[in-house]
Design a protein around this ligand. Structure first.
Ligand code: ADP
Ligand code: MG
Length: 218
């Protein structure tokens, strides 16, 4: 991050009405990655509170907020106090998701590489586009593939599908790795785990978050 970038606060929301696509996993890893570069706080907007519990183990600040008005209020003040604010979105097409989209600079949509999941993302994309119309193009938004399996036809097809979706997407892909699944149980991110599997996962996350920062500032 350049000194210029580090001065400008950024708010990033991980959103998708589908559960189990990786919003929490990516939000927590993104927050940890950003915390190595500046101050960061997470808003856990999911009633299940998985990220806030995980973040306690990581000693990262987190606020649990499920009320749409409160989310909008907090998103208007937190960027004055932190270099980065990361929002872990809830499942379902809720008013909370709408509030996140009205409040963040960047919205990221994790998506599992399957035709069904990519298609079901059309609902969140519609909501993002509505917000972009109202907010003069904000939030900047992109989809990306999580839990991909290397070398599969499904991954190739999903990449093709993303291309034809007519919505920005990140080139980086997060692969399906057991170590990512194990991390919350160990109260760690993959950076806190040892072994080659953890190193491979580190590289995936490093790659995607670098791309996110470039995307956010381009
Ligand atoms: N890249 C990945 N590789 C392996 N497991 C993953 C990966 N991403 C997410 N998971 C696992 O999938 C499950 C759902 O992920 P989660 O982040 O909780 O999704 P969401 O917040 O969208 O509901 C969790 O058990 C998580 O550990
Ligand atoms: Mg979650």
């Amino acid at each position: 991050m350049t000194s210029n970038e580090s001065r400008k606060p950024i708010t990033i929301g991980f959103v998708n009405q589908k559960g189990g696509v990786g919003k929490t996993t990516l939000a927590v890893h993104c927050a940890y990655w950003l915390s190595q570069r500046g101050s960061v706080i997470v808003i856990d907007a999911d009633a299940q509170q998985s990220s806030s519990n995980w973040l306690k183990d990581l000693n990262l600040p987190c606020k649990v907020i499920n009320d749409p008005e409160d989310i909008l209020d907090i998103l208007s003040v937190l960027p004055e106090k932190y270099d980065a604010v990361v929002v872990d979105g809830p499942g379902g097409m809720s008013e909370v998701t709408k509030a996140i989209l009205y409040g963040v600079d960047v919205a990221l949509v994790p998506c599992k590489p399957s035709a069904l999941d990519t298609h079901s993302s059309s609902r969140i994309i519609r909501m993002i586009r509505q917000s972009q119309k109202i907010r003069g193009g904000k939030p900047k938004a992109a989809m990306f593939l999580n839990q991909a399996v290397k070398g599969t036809l499904l991954l190739r097809d999903s990449k093709e599908m993303l291309k034809h979706f007519g919505f920005p997407y990140l080139n980086s892909v997060i692969y399906n790795r057991q170590v990512i699944c194990d991390a919350p149980g160990q109260g760690a991110t993959v950076w806190g785990l040892s072994g080659t599997a953890a190193q491979a996962a580190n590289k995936d996350f490093e790659g995607i978050f670098r791309e996110v920062m470039e995307f956010a500032h381009e």
